[in-house]
Ligand binder design. Structure first.
Ligand code: HEC
Ligand code: HEC
Ligand code: HEC
Ligand code: HEC
Ligand code: HEC
Length: 389
């Protein structure tokens, strides 16, 4: 199961701050889990809605982003915090990192009920306080003109460059050594970034995912975001009665592999239609971009993800059927392909370790999240004339 691997990760990360931070003080202190917010917010609360009173713009952006949905039915279906606190805490590490979001806490080697547990705070997921509030107050980036030490109108603020660095995001978007599949870490976004041109020239996650400091965190679920990082080129290559063309897909602006996780799958299709647009039987060819893994994470099925500035080529070639009129290329994105399979399988098996109602709810979201990213029609008339000329 997905669970077992992540549980191993929990032991590693609780024992020591991730090695990836290279012994730097601020990341490991800021991201000690569970996150303790101390007495800040004792009066007004640390719910995102409490911050929204004065930070409406950030709240509206965040509310539409997946960070606000990280405690959803897909997570809850798999957890029973009272019976199995170990698994729950391993997931909360990223999905609900505040101490007050966790029903149970580690207590002298064992687990104990958490007296400060707050159900409403838990359901807010990765909220404002998870990133901004620590014992001692509200932490945030420096102002646009550097630290002016401007008077704090409503809360003491501590300004830190850490907020503008990729290491800030690595706290949840990178796994430490210890969980590899086929020799590669299951979540390796920060390292992919670090080894790319973006890492070398220090273009951090925030510059693409929080442009203008907005809190949209758009990713693979957003077609416009994906289009901003991917280029498509079609090249014709007819030869001797055969229809031929190439679709080149280039990772031109994604700061890590496209896609970075094992959860999405991109399907590239080529097929022929007649003059009325009807698909001709036997002409469909498909290739997949992604890192597909077995549901129990026991093996990797393939890894065809595209590293930054590299390309993926899809060559379509077929003896031309008489009725063929056009060649169509399509690229489909299924952002939740892994979870879709995972939820469906658990429902089918009526897995006793999972909650069926939540699974059905989760499946509704994942099964509907696929979209058409790219489509190009190539007229075969044009093709043969180019081939001749
Ligand atoms: C009553 C109004 C109010 C509330 C409630 C409030 N803030 Fe602020 N916050 C401000 C003001 C005003 C500033 C601008 C301070 C300045 O620039 O001098 C600010 C600045 C910030 C900054 C910028 C960092 C900095 O040092 O300038 C962050 C981050 C922040 N707030 C986070 C939060 C979070 C998270 C919450 C909820 C837990 C919250 N705020 C609740 C009024 C508020
Ligand atoms: C406390 C942990 C945590 C931190 C810190 C964090 N994230 Fe996330 N992030 C998550 C979780 C959990 C999700 C998945 C939410 C869900 O769908 O359930 C997520 C989702 C995302 C997504 C959406 C992915 C998609 O599939 O579309 C993007 C983009 C993202 N994060 C970027 C960032 C960036 C950039 C930073 C740093 C500024 C950051 N995150 C910091 C936990 C975190
Ligand atoms: C290292 C951080 C991290 C840990 C630990 C983690 N997750 Fe996630 N999880 C993420 C991120 C990031 C995403 C978004 C993935 C994407 O968009 O491709 C995600 C997505 C999901 C999703 C799909 C989106 C949703 O909210 O329905 C589920 C379900 C999920 N995780 C369950 C779990 C469970 C159960 C555990 C514990 C066994 C766990 N996760 C542990 C970071 C983490
Ligand atoms: C996943 C982590 C994360 C979450 C969740 C988050 N923020 Fe932020 N926030 C950041 C980072 C990182 C920056 C700095 C971005 C940069 O400098 O590029 C920032 C910047 C800010 C700033 C300063 C904006 C400016 O223009 O100077 C405010 C205010 C703020 N956040 C408030 C909030 C509020 C309110 C919420 C909840 C509704 C929230 N944040 C949720 C990570 C987060
Ligand atoms: C140069 C711009 C750029 C930078 C830098 C960048 N990203 Fe992305 N990121 C994208 C684009 C574009 C997408 C959408 C395509 C995709 O999903 O790969 C994306 C997608 C994602 C996703 C969605 C999940 C997935 O499987 O693709 C996550 C999570 C994410 N980024 C996190 C990060 C983190 C964490 C960093 C920093 C370590 C980072 N990104 C740096 C542009 C960037």
């Amino acid at each position: 199961m997905v669970l077992s691997g992540i549980v191993i990760m929990l032991f590693l990360t609780l024992a020591s701050p991730p090695a990836v931070f290279g012994g730097e003080a601020s990341p490991s202190v800021h991201w000690q889990r569970p996150v303790k917010t101390g007495s800040y917010g004792a009066v007004d609360g640390i719910y995102p809605e409490s911050c929204a009173v004065c930070h409406r713009a950030q709240y509206d952006d965040w509310k539409g982003a997946l960070h606000s949905k990280s405690v959803g039915p897909g997570l809850l279906a798999q957890l029973d915090p009272e019976k199995d606190p170990e698994t729950a805490l391993s997931c909360y590490y990223c999905h609900a990192p505040l101490a007050a979001q966790n029903e149970m806490i580690v207590d002298e080697g064992g687990y104990a009920a958490n007296v400060s547990f707050d159900e409403r705070l838990k359901s807010s997921g990765v909220g404002c306080a998870a990133c901004h509030v620590r014992e001692g107050g509200v932490f945030g980036p420096r102002g646009p003109e550097g630290n002016k030490g401007s008077p704090r109108a409503h809360h003491a603020s501590i300004q830190s460059d850490f907020f503008e660095r990729a290491e800030f995001c690595a706290a949840c978007h990178q796994l430490d050594q210890g969980y590899e599949l086929n020799g590669k870490l299951l979540v390796n976004t920060f390292t992919e970034w670090k080894e790319s041109e973006y890492g070398k020239s220090n273009v951090p996650c925030q510059s693409c995912h929080m442009p203008g400091r907005r809190h949209l965190f758009r990713g693979i679920h957003d077609p416009e975001m994906v289009k901003s990082g991917i280029k498509f080129e079609v090249e014709r290559a007819d030869a001797g009665g055969r229809v031929g063309a190439k679709l080149r897909i280039t990772n031109s602006g994604v700061g890590h592999y496209f896609p970075t996780y094992v959860t999405p799958l991109v399907i590239v299709k080529g097929f022929l239609t007649d003059s009325k647009g009807k698909v001709l039987k036997g002409t469909l060819k498909e290739k997949m971009i992604g890192r597909k893994v077995a549901l129990d994470l026991s093996k990797e099925l393939f890894d065809t993800r595209i590293p930054p500035f590299r390309s993926f080529e899809f060559a379509y070639g077929l003896r031309r059927p008489a009725k063929a009129d056009r060649l169509i290329f399509e690229v489909w994105v299924f952002p939740d392909e892994f979870y879709d399979r995972f939820f469906e399988n658990a429902l089918k098996r009526r897995d006793p370790a999972m909650k069926m109602e939540e699974l059905e709810e989760a499946l509704k979201t994942t099964s509907g999240s696929g979209y058409l990213l790219f489509k190009r029609e190539v007229s075969l008339e044009e093709m043969s004339s180019t081939a001749k000329g």
